[in-house]
Design a protein around this ligand. Structure first.
Ligand code: ASP
Length: 354
């Protein structure tokens, strides 16, 4: 007993020291492993959300959609389905919600199209699937999964990917399905800003972000990850960001899973998702430390910004981001969804006491 409380006191002191050493400007919640490891689902819906762009009604609608995504994934885990099923189920709900920049609510390219990217990775088998630059796939995450499970390849792009969708019976829709007025207006604003500055250098503000992602740990201790996006507002036709790049926007292995959101070029250059898990595997960092190092130090030092969700095989999770907000949430075995949006919203990382 004494030994236990000594261990606890040492851990508490270490925690306080580590916490006080953290730069306060950075939004990071400490990872905590639940006492009993059990299935868990973690989601995000983009780190590009700012207070000025979100009225109360939209925030409430976003919370409802996050909640629904968590419940959909949780139901799969409760049925004893593999982690990848939970990831896909949660992402489909987020893709169908017009609030988020993925599938239905995707942003527009410079020339006024919606171009979608997605990927999935199964941590137990190390298999992955990805698609990029599609215009007609209703749920890109399902096509990424079909690439993983029913092709010899990891990534398909453009027309080839859509032809594969047709062969696999993955639902195709008219491109007008992805047109929302809010996103069209965003593009017009971005074009005006670009013309004003005459920079033409592409996106530079977090208002251009948004992406959805999910991670799951199933009852057998297997991890999976998935990410789906419309990319960045005003991106060039043919531009591919980090979301469908395995190791940049998505990663899962036996002990760590990541889905990223942010300025994709920086996540690709730093192999961000893989780097987080490599730090856990080879450098002995905790999920929280590795997530903070890459998202809040390495990426900003390179000139980028954004966030990520990270989940460990012991159930520990981290939600680092360095923007005003990141739609995020998690649900454990008790089936109670927890969601947060802005950096000062508290996201409890342990189940509510009974
Ligand atoms: N990372 C995505 C991209 O660069 C955008 C985002 O996460 O908001 O395509």
């Amino acid at each position: 007993m004494e030994k236990m409380s000594g261990t606890f006191a040492a851990a508490a002191v270490a925690f306080v020291l580590a916490w006080s050493a953290m730069p306060q400007a950075l939004a990071i919640e400490p990872a905590q492993a639940p006492a009993v490891v059990s299935s868990v689902l973690v989601i995000h819906a983009g780190a590009g959300v700012g207070r000025s762009g979100l009225d109360e009604e939209s925030a409430a609608a976003a919370r409802i959609a996050l909640d629904a995504a968590l419940r959909a994934g949780h139901a799969r885990l409760q049925e004893g389905k593999p982690a990848l099923d939970a990831v896909a189920a949660a992402i489909v709900v987020l893709e169908d919600a017009p609030q988020f920049n993925a599938a239905r609510g995707a942003v527009f390219t410079h020339d006024g199209r919606n171009e979608l990217d997605a990927s999935v990775m199964d941590g137990a088998s190390g298999k992955a699937g990805a698609i990029a630059g599609v215009h007609r796939v209703k749920n890109p995450v399902l096509l990424a999964r079909a690439v993983m499970e029913h092709s010899r390849h990891v990534m398909l792009v453009g027309e080839g990917a859509e032809q594969f969708a047709h062969e696999q019976g993955v639902e195709l829709v008219d491109p007008s399905y992805f047109r929302t007025e809010k996103r069209w207006e965003e593009l017009q604003k971005a074009l005006r800003r670009e013309a004003d500055s005459q920079a033409g250098a592409g996106p530079s503000a977090t208002a251009y972000f948004g992406t959805v992602g999910a991670l799951a740990l199933d009852a057998r201790g297997r991890l999976a990850a998935g990410t789906s996006t419309g990319g960045m507002v005003n991106k060039r036709y043919g531009r591919v960001g980090d979301s469908p790049i395995i190791g940049a926007g998505t990663w899962a292995d036996a002990r760590c899973a990541v889905s990223a959101t942010g300025w994709g070029e920086f996540y690709i250059r730093t192999a961000a998702a893989h780097d987080i898990c490599a730090r856990v595997a080879y450098a002995g960092q905790t999920i929280s430390e590795a997530a903070d190092t890459v998202i809040n130090r390495i990426i900003p030092a390179a000139g980028g910004s954004g966030g990520a969700i990270v989940l460990g095989a012991d159930g520990s999770m981290a939600f680092p981001f360095n923007t005003e907000g990141m739609y995020r949430g998690w649900i454990g075995a008790d089936g109670v969804p927890h969601v947060a949006i802005f950096s000062d919203d508290i996201l409890p990382l342990t189940p509510d006491p009974e």
